[in-house]
Design a binder for this molecule. Structure first.
Ligand code: ADP
Length: 399
């Protein structure tokens, strides 16, 4: 099947046309600066950049229209007719408690999506715009929504309820939802395949370390805990987000420092994490370069980043009881062998022995633990688009 995967953000649209039989990405692209005076369109055919232009992209519908023209283009295109597209898979950030699985989109699903936008006010409205535009432009092609939160809907109550007054959960849906679900699911599947363990038997700790970071405990192929929560601020140290902090700090920001809600939001979302600690950058590579120049704050930023990941791995090892694999993925996790080495120092305590030489790889699927290590350590490049395409095929085949 040919599945068009769309990841529609507030000012950008990412797309991939995937032949799911052989997991081949036929074409992909990025449309940036949607709704701004000048947009940027980059389109790849079979992995090679084939077209780049700057032009206004009025709205999401105009963006998708441009994408379709490129997919059909004589020189840049990979299909001859829209009808070759069998289905469209959309990334949707938040599915709330309602969507525990991917779902075929109809008017009822649209209504439910619109009514849950308050849970992800930055992301869901943009995802919905992409879905609406696709339904309008290609009315005959089925659309499937694949949620970042759905993989974590198997968490038990003990993992997802906060110790707040219970009404916060019951009346307002304030609970842990978790994110990066398609990535955690994809690398869990790949780890099971690589280690030759049936998927419904694998117990893994998956570390998605990119600009946003989260870690998940996966027991018998199902998420049982994860470090992101109601929103996307807690857990691990991220590029510009602090991860876990004592809520008393926020009270003090309000009462002592007299900061406004938007100032606090800005500090917690944009000025903390690796950026706030290092004072240099939110980008791992920049901080590693600074550490080489003996920048003390860069060193402490890397130490704190690694320490937090290691602590979560230890905690999730106990949650799982048995760990087959620790998986590193996303920009930092799959490329940064230096930080993987730092994180793994001390993990021998739970039976995970890194092979220092094997670990020196970037962007490749590999087992990087010692042969005799009871817990395997893997680097696995994530592929959220492929997971969305697989889910799309699965939902259609269940009809
Ligand atoms: P996003 O969450 O925006 O999708 P990515 O998964 O692309 O982010 O991850 C971005 C992070 O990956 C940045 O901190 C970047 O420095 C880091 N990264 C990319 N390549 C490397 C590398 N070779 N070594 C270390 N970190 C890397």
């Amino acid at each position: 099947m040919k599945v068009l995967v769309i990841n529609s953000g507030s000012s950008s649209i990412k797309y991939q046309l995937i032949e799911t039989e052989d997991e081949n990405c036929l074409a992909s692209g990025l449309i940036e600066r949607v709704s701004l005076p000048v947009g940027i369109i980059s389109h790849k055919k079979h992995g090679e950049l084939s077209h780049k232009e700057e032009a206004p992209v009025k709205d999401h519908q105009a963006g998708l229209d441009m994408m379709l023209k490129l997919l059909l283009h004589e020189k840049h295109g990979v299909i001859r007719s829209y009808r070759e597209i069998d289905a469209i898979g959309h990334r949707v950030v938040h599915g709330g408690e309602k969507f525990t699985h991917s779902v075929k989109i109809d008017d009822k699903v649209m209504e439910a999506l619109e009514s849950s936008t308050y849970l992800a006010p930055l992301h869901n409205p943009a995802n919905i715009l992409g879905i609406k535009a696709a339904r309008h432009l290609l009315p005959d092609i089925p659309n499937i929504a694949v949620f970042d939160t759905a993989f974590h809907q198997t968490m038990p109550k003990v993992a997802y309820v906060y110790a707040l007054p219970y009404e916060f959960y019951e009346k307002r849906g304030i609970r842990k939802y978790g994110f990066h679900g398609t990535s955690h699911q994809y690398v869990s599947l790949k780890a099971a395949e690589t280690l030759d363990i049936p998927y419904d038997k694998i117990c893994a700790i998956t570390c998605h370390l990119g600009n946003g970071c989260s870690i998940a405990a996966v027991k018998d192929g199902k998420s049982v805990d994860t470090s992101l929560g109601y929103g996307t601020m807690c857990g691990l140290v991220m590029g510009t987000r602090a991860g876990d902090i004592d809520p008393a700090i926020i009270v003090s920001m309000v009462e002592e420092l007299k900061l406004t809600p938007s100032e606090i939001k800005n500090i917690l979302y944009k000025q903390s994490g690796l950026l706030g600690l290092s004072g240099v950058s939110s980008d791992m590579r920049d901080i590693e370069k600074e550490e080489e120049k003996n920048n003390e704050r860069a060193k402490i930023a890397l130490d704190i980043f690694a320490d937090r990941v290691r602590k979560y791995i230890g905690a999730y090892a106990v949650t799982l009881g048995k760990v087959d694999a620790i998986v590193f993925t996303a920009g930092i996790g799959e490329n940064g062998w230096e930080i993987r080495e730092r994180i793994c120092r001390g993990l021998e305590a739970i039976g995970a022995h890194l092979d220092i030489e094997k670990n020196k790889i970037r962007g490749k699927l590999a087992v990087v633990s010692k042969d005799e290590s009871p817990v395997k350590i893997l680097s696995i490049p994530t592929n959220e688009e492929m997971m969305i395409a697989k889910e799309t095929v699965k939902i259609l085949s269940e009809e």
